[in-house]
Design a binder for this molecule. Structure first.
Ligand code: MV4
Length: 502
């Protein structure tokens, strides 16, 4: 039985994982780099171990340092979170060699799904539809030409070791094929040390819909329905929701069954995600499997009512899933907005810095998964995502209204964020009507990028100016004159001013 969990991660996900550990009565252990001495996950954990310098390579990706910390702490399990070592087969294997329970799948599932050509082959054998294209790695131009003739243009050349949009190339004309093929191979070799590429028919204007699955060691596997993740910018997801506006009950059932088949085909253990690409005609194809907990997991948690981290730990303990497929229902609608410390006016460049002030939203139907606090300096070394705002409503409309309210309440100064940009998305007709695909942001770029310094921001500045004026005056008057008369509500300034005869 797991008693002590080392969380091999940082930021909001490390805190998120430790929260479930605390609820389960487990001791949590943080690891941290030089840049994270003051980080929230270190404060939240029961124990913390330093693992190296700020760059990830030397800390959060340093397997030896993390294993050493786990041994020193006497941790019996490691949760990898997402990113970093979460999909590293060697790390999963090393944990089991060291007698430490890896909270996630074994090396076989990670390796099979990590190599996209092997994943495609495995899915075809399992009866899961994949995008028309190759099943073997393409090394010769002749093979490439044959495949393109077979499936028709346009096609995508993808790196087998890639994924998540890395190492992809779109080919629209036969004349481009040869140079694109060469470039894709050399890019793949450069980026991944592996020049294996494959070719898929290009699906125009697709939706990105993924299914959450849970599978235990006893051969039980269920899906926890879908997440719609089509709203992304340069392969960076911005908004996720469940249920998907595109989904029908029949399609959901069918795709859910295929997702479970996909997981079973690799003897999957733990929480995982099957990514599908879905055409406007509702044809769906397996794209890749993410063998980890995902950033967007909270929308599923809210709508299905399952703590996914708790279930991951339950599975790692060797217990059977506590529910069957027919026990699971979707209730209401959830949205997630990713709040990044970035500057939408400067090509969304990361904008790390020190948080001067932060007021996060609360209230009915809002969850705020974050890790920053007032005075905290966001390090430049890691992902600029600072908070995930999750709203829930009985209906999609209610969920959107709550998200707008929460974004309105979210106040942060010291760093630039994409909050105004997210508010614009909430007000965009295509989004409100649920009519969008992966091209949403580029198609709505003009309205989304229109001057964001308007309306409420001018009002904020007027309030701020009034407040500064008020404080300035308070400093110049005698204490007895205002302590009795004035409440703490500085918004009443205008009324109280005459009382004070300033
Ligand atoms: C595709 C595609 C169209 N056709 N494959 C991008 C991320 C990676 N997981 C796969 N991606 C795509 N693969 C075929 N055969 C379009 C994309 C794609 C995309 C997919 C999901 C979410 C957003 C996207 C944005 C642009 C392209």
């Amino acid at each position: 039985m797991i008693k002590k969990v080392l969380v091999a991660n940082r930021g909001e996900i490390a805190v998120r994982v430790m929260r479930s550990c605390r609820e389960l009565g487990l001791i949590s252990v943080a690891v941290y780099s030089d840049a994270d001495r003051n980080a929230m996950h270190v404060r939240y954990a029961d124990e913390a171990y330093h693992i190296g310098p700020a760059p990830s390579r030397e800390s959060y990706l340093n397997i030896d340092a993390i294993i050493n910390a786990a041994k020193k702490a006497g941790a019996d399990a490691i949760h990898p979170g997402y990113g970093f070592l979460s999909e590293n087969a060697a790390f999963s294997e090393r944990c089991s060699k060291e007698g430490i329970q890896f909270i996630g799948p074994g090396p076989y599932a990670i390796t099979t799904m990590g190599d996209k050509i092997t994943a495609r082959k495995t899915m075809i054998q399992a009866g899961v539809p994949v995008v028309p294209g190759t099943t073997e790695k393409i090394t010769e131009m002749e093979q490439a030409r044959r495949i393109v003739t077979e499936v028709g243009l346009p096609v995508m050349i993808k790196a087998s070791a890639g994924g998540g949009g890395k190492g992809m190339r779109l080919v629209k004309q036969m004349e481009e094929l040869e140079s694109s093929f060469r470039m894709a191979r050399s890019e793949a070799l450069n980026a991944f040390g592996d020049d294996s590429v494959y070719i898929e028919k290009y699906i125009e204007s697709p939706h990105h819909i993924e299914f959450q699955i849970l599978a235990d060691r006893h051969g039980n596997a269920v899906h926890l329905f879908e997440r719609e993740c089509s709203i992304q910018r340069r392969h960076q997801k911005v908004i996720e929701e469940t249920p998907s506006p595109l989904m029908t009950p029949e399609l959901r059932k069918e795709m859910g069954e295929k997702a479970v088949m996909a997981a079973k085909a690799v003897n999957y253990e733990g929480a995982g995600t099957i990514e599908f690409i879905v055409s406007d005609q509702l044809e769906y194809y397996f794209l890749e499997m993410n063998t980890r907990l995902q950033v967007e997991h909270p929308v599923t948690e809210r709508v299905v009512g399952v703590d996914l981290v708790k279930e991951q730990i339950n599975i790692a303990n060797g217990n059977p899933l506590p529910f069957a497929q027919e026990d699971l229902r979707q209730h209401g609608h959830a949205l997630q907005c990713r709040i990044y410390a970035e500057d939408p006016d400067n090509n969304f460049m990361p904008n790390p810095g020190t948080i001067k002030h932060i007021t996060e939203p609360h209230g009915l139907g809002i969850r705020c998964d974050g890790y920053v606090y007032e005075g905290y300096e966001i390090p430049i070394y890691y992902d600029p995502m600072i908070t995930k705002l999750i709203s829930w409503g009985e209906t999609r409309r209610e969920s959107i209204a709550r998200m707008k309210r929460a974004l309105y309440e979210y106040k942060i100064t010291g760093v630039k964020t994409n909050i105004k940009f997210l508010e614009k998305i909430m007000d965009t007709p295509d989004f409100i009507e649920g009519k969008y695909n992966t091209h949403f942001i580029e198609e709505n770029n003009d309205r989304l990028m229109r001057a964001r310094l308007c309306g409420i921001e001018c009002e904020d500045m007027a309030i701020l100016a009034a407040f500064i004026d008020y404080i300035d005056k308070l400093e110049r008057i005698q204490p007895p004159h205002y302590t009795d008369e004035l409440g703490s509500n500085w918004k009443d300034f205008g009324r109280k001013r005459s009382v004070l005869r300033l």
